[in-house]
Design a protein around this ligand. Structure first.
Ligand SMILES: NC(=O)c1ccc[n+]([C@@H]2O[C@H](COP(=O)([O-])OP(=O)(O)OC[C@H]3O[C@@H](n4cnc5c(N)ncnc54)[C@H](O)[C@@H]3O)[C@@H](O)[C@H]2O)c1
Length: 413
């Protein structure tokens, strides 16, 4: 199989390419513009392979896209190229609209034109896999917002209570009355005196909700809004043209070769240099962390075994507050590289505008349908990640001083 990977010089794209070249016999064509986030040094382990080719192309350049399709004849596309950093999208959204929306549109059109000309066998087997984020769903209730209790209903009570406002589903899909802290007072009990009867029978804490594949889109940042737009375009191309697309929405990734503007590599590298470890606001924002190599395995499963037209959520079952993440990194560094009191470097800074408070993924569909599960826990993945940054100071140094970019541009000092 010949797979065209867009954004293959980025953090996740490079993990996908390393995974495919190392573990399969497939051919990979890496199409990347090489923005500041693209780093071919993340592919050195595999770029000598005769099953790997690189094309420096902008997904906004239609003519170049057509040339690449015609020359490389891909059987599938994994589309990861994007502007991906939320803070940059807040400072300057233009590039996010251009690459994430217009670029995705150009890629869809170039791919559809190419696909239309394939013979019927190759046309039926072709796949366009769009890689997206859980940030398109907005944010979820946070534990600090107050706990939610479920009163499990008996059948006879179900008939006697007529207040849809309180009905919902709790874990195990048991139908229940959902009572938030503020509602769980005398007003409720006097209005619905029957509740007094059922309450002692069975009261359970309802789990906080998770993002599923049917959660409504409600993006908060220019980044997530641009990704949501591209998801909508991909779905429209499936519905309107019968173009064989699949979408995955994934939670926050971490792991080796992560550009040091993102939380985890930034904290590791700042800590090693004795610099402040910035934490937005109280640091109580919750993210569901997934080790990047687990994500790469999931993406390959989806492009090769997923069902056309489906969306799969991918997550790590690792809900952690940002502060917990930073403290864990400090503990691991205390253990692996004890040169200072890392926790003393934690510095709270003003919060990001519109900062989503909690993301968490229900990944049961991909587990059920494709048998994918993350192999790393947060504890094992974060330890591997810290160790990787300790062992790969040269990669980090060349990103931090910009030489990874200057050399490929032919700039000499
Ligand atoms: N990082 C995460 O935690 C995360 C989570 C879920 C989904 N995603 C999605 O996964 C994809 C990859 O994320 P990442 O973290 O690897 O991003 P990244 O910023 O590390 O890499 C993006 C890559 O795209 C390339 N690129 C940017 N604009 C381009 C253009 N116009 N034409 C061609 N190439 C271009 C860059 O050079 C870079 O190599 C993105 O679509 C992102 O939205 C990321």
């Amino acid at each position: 199989m010949r797979i065209l990977v867009t954004g293959g010089a980025g953090f996740i794209g490079s993990a996908v390419i390393r995974h495919i070249i190392t573990n399969t016999q497939d051919i990979v064509i890496n199409l990347d513009k090489l923005t500041y986030a693209g780093n071919l040094e993340s592919l050195l382990e595999v770029s000598d392979s005769d099953r790997y080719a690189f094309e420096q192309v902008d997904i906004c350049d239609v003519t170049e896209l057509q040339r690449v399709f015609s020359e490389h004849q891909p059987d599938a596309i994994m589309h990861l190229a994007a502007e991906s950093h939320v803070d940059r999208s807040i400072d300057d959204p233009a590039e996010f609209i251009q690459t994430n929306i217009v670029g995705t549109y150009n890629l869809l059109e170039a791919a559809r034109t190419y696909w239309n000309k394939l013979d019927s066998k190759r046309k039926a087997a072709f796949r366009f896999h769009h890689i997206s984020t859980d940030e398109v769903y907005g944010d979820l209730p946070h534990p600090a917002d107050g706990s939610v209790e479920c009163l499990v209903m008996s059948d006879e009570l179900k008939e006697s209570v007529e207040c849809s406002m309180f009905s919902g589903e709790c874990e195990n899909n048991v139908e229940c009355l959902v009572v938030s802290d503020e509602l769980e007072d005398k007003t409720l009990k006097t209005q619905h005196s029957t509740l007094n009867t059922v309450q002692p029978l069975n009261t359970v804490k309802a789990p906080l909700p998770l993002f599923t594949e049917t959660t409504a889109y409600a993006p908060s940042s220019p980044y997530s809004a641009s990704k949501a737009s591209s998801d909508h375009l991909v779905r429209a191309w499936l519905r309107t043209y019968g173009f064989p697309t699949l979408i995955t929405n994934c939670s926050n990734n971490y792991g080796p070769y992560h550009f040091p503007e993102k939380l985890i590599p930034l904290v590791i590298l700042n800590a090693l240099e004795g610099k402040p470890l910035p934490v937005y606001g109280k640091g109580d924002q919750i993210r569901d962390w997934l080790y990047v190599e687990d994500h790469a395995r999931a993406l390959y499963k989806v492009v090769t075994e997923g069902k056309v037209g489906e969306t799969y959520n991918i997550g790590g079952h690792n809900e952690k507050t940002n502060l917990e993440v930073v403290q864990t990194i400090c503990q691991i560094l205390d253990d692996l590289f004890p040169i200072q009191h890392y926790k003393e470097l934690i510095t709270h800074v003003s919060d990001r505008p519109g900062h989503d408070r909690r993301y968490a993924i229900d990944a049961s569909k991909i587990e059920r349908a494709l048998g994918w599960k993350p192999q790393e826990t947060f504890e094992s993945g974060i330890r591997k990640t810290v160790q990787w940054y300790l062992d790969n100071q040269e990669w980090c140094q060349r990103v931090q001083d910009g030489s990874y970019q200057r050399e490929r541009l032919g700039v000499t000092e």
